[in-house]
Design a binder for this molecule. Sequence first.
Ligand SMILES: Nc1nc2c(ncn2[C@@H]2O[C@H](COP(=O)(O)OP(=O)(O)OP(=O)(O)O)[C@@H](O)[C@H]2O)c(=O)[nH]1
Ligand SMILES: [Mg+2]
Length: 457
Amino acid sequence: MACCKGCSVSGVRRRSTSPSPEQNVRAELPEPEREVYLVCALQTPQVSAEEAQLSLEELQRLVQSASGEIADALIVRLREITAGTFLTRGRVQQLKACAEAFELTGIVFDQDFSPVQVRNLTDEIGVRIIGRSELILDIFARRARTHEGKLQVELAQLQYLLPRLIGKGFVLSRLGGGIGTRGPGETKLEMDRRRIAARIAHLRHELNALRRHRDTQRKRRVRSQVLTIALIGYTNAGKSTLLRTLTQAEVHVADQLFATLDPTARKTILPDGRLAVFTDTVGFIHRLPPALLDAFKATLEEICYADLLLHVVDASSPLFEREVATTEQILADLGAGQKPILRVYNKIDRGLSEAAAERLRSSEEEAVAISALYKVGILDLLNAITRITSPNRQRIRLSIPYERCDLLGQLYAKATVEKIAYENAAIEVEAIADLQGLGSAFSPYVVREQSKPTSSE
Ligand SMILES: Nc1nc2c(ncn2[C@@H]2O[C@H](COP(=O)(O)OP(=O)(O)OP(=O)(O)O)[C@@H](O)[C@H]2O)c(=O)[nH]1
Ligand SMILES: [Mg+2]
């Protein structure tokens, strides 16, 4: 059956009518509410067919990440825009027919409408109308686990909502639950304007207190001179998988958008013996709602204090270029555009997208190709990290007399000792170290390499 052009019922999973014995047992438990959505990308004169298709694909992944069932996905072509409803009368009627045929919970669009347009469309179609920002905010609300994460998500949701309330408020609860009505911890967002404003002020106050605490922790870290490396990049690029591979940490990895929300830090030892802390945080997305960027600023600012950024990209993604550009733009917005950055082309086991292969070939930037999942190229990555974070480190030879063997402890702490030989006259050492960092106590014992004789000599 096709209820409107481009629709088919193939994607809908209907409830089974004859339950199995297993289902009978489960029937005693309350069935989780089923949420079925129609997913629509808009193709206006400003949006190309290709862009609309890519946008539709990403929107479907977002709906799945919000645990929504997708009845169908379609591109709605619009030659003109109607002020009150954005969509033309004919399109509104088609969507209404779809909503009835599929018993939809709502329709998700790849853009945000004005509050008046949302109200008019809801009234005419009779189901919830969900914009892209609302959908992303909903995913964040589901994922927030830590106290700070929950406060940040609630702040973002309320900041997004406040200017959208029409009349006295309570707009969200008008058409039941589902995407866009959840707050962190599954609380329902039902508030009026005055209470929202008061709650925003309170959340800001609490978040500022947490920010001060974070500042103190950071200062302590800076004092202890631990190297911090931030994993950043588009959502689903494989940041958490890489953190797992690098540090053997048990971190959450999932094939869904925004699997990670709360920052995680794990330690590991670099090949040169230095301790490094890797931090993993929320992924970026094209057109990230500004309310989210603002609310998560404190967490994201951590990126600005890292010694090095590992920009993890899914090199197999057909959206490679856009994902790289989006990440770079968000980094610039956060004030981290000038930080040392190492590009990590991940998922090479799947093959490189054309754009990624081209960039890798022609690139002058520092880049490494890896598979975080299959642990390919990890040593190259670690070596590149070591090189970038300590350009002054070099291979040195030391000849330490036995009466200064007290220096050995310091040497092991500050350098990577590659060879050590206890000869008759002295302890002969080969190590990788930053000479300046080692300190003046070592200077008398550095063996200067003899300059190579030239051919004329
Ligand atoms: N084939 C392949 N899949 C990978 C690789 N690295 C990660 N993945 C998969 O990609 C998906 C996303 O991985 P995550 O590590 O959760 O990605 P993320 O960047 O942390 O994502 P968010 O937390 O959502 O921003 C998972 O299904 C991983 O198993 C890789 O090298 N090769
Ligand atoms: Mg993650």
